[in-house]
Design a protein around this ligand. Structure first.
Ligand SMILES: [Zn+2]
Length: 283
């Protein structure tokens, strides 16, 4: 079933858990994610990032995401991830997405406020929630361009978070506090104290981007400080690639591509199962 971003975040507040927000540019990721959400009957965010347009366009994979979410027994949000223009957010809403992130974090502060505010006004017309971003996290959702380490000078400042939330009316705020997109090249160092300060100053749930590759203890300590949505993609897709590679190595006579998609989906499901057990504190 479809639920809104606010409902998902409210659930996370009550249960002191983090909502898994999974990028699903392929059918294997989509069906693997939904299978795990149904297995544990937990809310989840299915999201499509603008940077994944070369994998599948939102007009192609988006309606599939919406239909799968509607039919599912699990409560699911269908969310535009890292929309870089208001037009891209509109493309998501046009195919049935009911939530969006606008990423103006690389714009000058005043432009980020103005454009995020415009997306909030658009979403308000539908009753949808909006995630904004303040502070810079290295890398992009597709794993390229990442230096693999975070720069403390680019961390989100609590005073800025308070002003930004007040000026834009966002439902949740993606902040920079030590995580990076893509693969980690050095041990991640998360500033937990800063997460707590950002949660209190902004007054809205904090979103963690670059959630792949952390330990369960790191996720839970972040959740305890106010992280309520955890974006996750790279390691699930990496698990899929490794499963496909193993299949080709062990069975070199494999002669149809579909066998790889079956192996990939099983690996994604196993990876996300472990993530969900951690984030939702399934014991
Ligand atoms: Zn991100």
């Amino acid at each position: 079933m479809l639920i809104g971003l606010r409902q998902a975040l409210d659930h996370a507040e009550r249960a002191n858990c983090g909502i898994a927000a999974i990028n699903t540019p392929t059918l294997e990721l989509l069906l693997g994610a939904v299978k795990v959400a149904e297995r544990y009957a937990v809310p989840m965010v299915l999201q499509h990032a603008q940077v994944h347009e070369p994998v599948n366009a939102i007009e192609d994979i988006g309606p599939v995401m919406v239909e799968v979410a509607r039919r599912s027994s699990a409560p699911l949000v269908v969310h535009v991830d890292h929309g870089e223009t208001i037009e891209y957010v509109e493309r998501g809403f046009a195919v049935g997405f009911n939530s969006a992130m606008f990423d103006g974090s690389r714009l000058p502060y005043d432009d980020n406020v103005a454009q995020t505010r415009a997306v909030v006004e658009l979403a308000d017309g539908y009753g949808f929630g909006v995630e904004g971003e303040l502070g810079i996290m290295p890398g992009r959702e597709d794993g390229v361009e990442s230096t693999g380490t975070a720069d403390e000078a680019l961390y989100t400042r609590p005073d800025d978070a308070a002003a930004f939330v007040a000026a834009t009316g966002v439902t949740a705020l993606a902040c920079s506090f030590g995580t990076v997109h893509g693969l980690y090249k050095a041990e991640p160092k998360i500033n937990y104290e800063l997460i707590g300060e950002l949660r209190r100053a902004g007054g809205v749930p904090v979103v963690m981007h670059g959630g792949s590759g952390l330990s369960c203890d790191e996720y839970r300590a972040s959740i305890d400080q106010g992280v309520r949505k955890i974006n996750y993609y790279t390691y699930a897709d990496k698990a899929a690639l490794e499963a496909a590679r193993t299949l080709l190595t062990e069975k070199p006579d494999t002669y149809v591509f579909s066998d790889l998609t079956v192996a990939a989906q099983a690996a994604i499901t196993a990876d996300l199962d472990a993530l969900v057990r951690c984030l939702y504190r399934v014991f």
